[in-house]
Design a protein around this ligand. Structure first.
Ligand code: ZN
Ligand code: ZN
Length: 156
């Protein structure tokens, strides 16, 4: 795992740096993620907002419906409208869900769990041995202690 990873939108107006490994990485196969990405799933690297630095441009927030009904804020490049990260509910200002595909080296990050596999597209094959959940999952029982501690410290 690289200590520091840079990424950005499609047009280059927004650039950011993510410091340190993510707390946890979701590959989400829910129908909302399919709609939002226009693809089979979303790849979200969950990390403290304090570890994400905007290097160039100013992402704009767009409210988008979420499965929970509380909505999800997507931060998008004001020019090309690509989403670079999102956030949810109470942890809005403290936790970011970085879109792994917007990293310059998206191969540096592998999903820790595949969630909402109940709506996974049938041709997607999940790697053998990967953690999976049919919907959401028991976070405290699944995350490593260090990840739980980082989440706790960031959202306290
Ligand atoms: Zn852009
Ligand atoms: Zn999802």
């Amino acid at each position: 795992m690289t200590d520091s990873l840079e990424g950005g939108c499609a047009c280059g107006a927004v650039r950011y740096r993510m410091d340190g490994p993510p707390i946890f990485v979701h590959c989400c196969h829910c129908t909302s993620c399919q709609t939002e990405t226009g693809s089979a799933f979303a790849l979200n690297a969950i990390i403290e907002a304090a570890r994400v630095t905007v290097l160039k441009g100013a992402p704009e927030a767009v409210m988008t419906p979420s499965e929970s009904g509380r909505g999800q804020q997507f931060w998008r490049c004001p020019t090309c409208r690509v989403a670079v990260w999102s956030n949810y509910g109470d942890t809005r200002d403290r936790i970011r869900f970085v879109r792994v595909g917007t990293l310059d080296k998206p191969d540096a990050i592998t999903p820790d769990i595949h969630i909402y596999t109940r709506s996974k597209l049938p041709w997607v094959t999940i790697p053998e041995g990967a953690l999976t959940a049919e919907a959401f999952y028991d976070v405290p029982a699944t995350w490593p202690a260090e990840s739980l501690a980082r989440w706790g410290a960031a959202t306290a």
